[in-house]
Write a protein that binds this ligand. Structure first.
Ligand code: MG
Length: 210
């Protein structure tokens, strides 16, 4: 048993999240949802920050969406951006089945266009989860900073790209984008942040100013 298995074994199986994993499998969607312990961390971050307006970039099957929605305070809403209509439908069904359908809205299409529209509409958010195409991460960070309330939390998933980010021989566009994202998370003076080497790497930042 490894450390992650041990830590997960301390908790009862989460039937709602297991249902999501089975649904993703049945639909033939990529099985790249976050781990249970990571999901608990998302719920905690949303809960601790008292978030009322969360934004997720990349819905997939709704696993992280459930974890985020669970942490929202009364009247809170998750806006989830998804490129594929089918994935948004599956995620929406899973949140509905988890009793969280009233806490999520999906916006389908290219996230960059949707983010511009959200800014145009005057929306602001206090929690961001970036978990979409890796080449887009630096642009998604720009948008998160534009759309952030003071004190907002920004979380980025997969910031190590399964070892590719630390492998100097890897120079592809996703790897380059992720290195830029991580550097900016670390150096941007508007943020207090950490980059954790757990799971596939996760960046957590707070937008200063609250
Ligand atoms: Mg991911």
């Amino acid at each position: 048993m490894d450390n992650e298995q041990y830590a997960n074994g301390l908790y009862k199986e989460d039937s709602q999240l297991e249902m999501v994993k089975k649904g993703i499998q049945a639909e033939g969607m990529p099985e790249i949802s976050i781990s249970p312990g990571y999901g608990r961390l998302l719920t905690m971050l949303v809960q601790m920050s008292g978030s009322k307006a969360a934004l997720e970039i990349g819905a997939l099957g709704g696993y992280s969406g459930i974890c985020i929605a669970r942490g929202l305070s009364e009247g809170g809403m998750l806006t989830s951006l998804e490129l594929e209509q089918k994935y948004a439908d599956v995620a929406g069904r899973h949140l509905q089945e988890a009793g969280l359908g009233g806490k999520v809205q999906y916006r389908v299409g290219d996230a960059k266009a949707t983010l511009a529209a959200l800014a145009e509409e005057g929306h602001r958010y206090d929690f961001f989860f970036i978990d979409a195409d890796k080449e887009g991460y630096p642009v998604y960070l720009d948008w998160a900073l534009k759309l952030a309330e003071p004190g907002a939390i920004i979380v980025g998933d997969n910031v190590l790209l399964r070892g590719r980010v630390t492998n100097e021989e890897k120079q592809g566009p996703s790897v380059a984008a992720m290195r830029e994202f991580n550097k900016r998370i670390a150096e941007d003076e508007r943020l207090t942040s950490t980059v954790l080497p757990g799971y596939d790497g996760l960046a957590i930042a707070v937008v200063n100013g609250r």
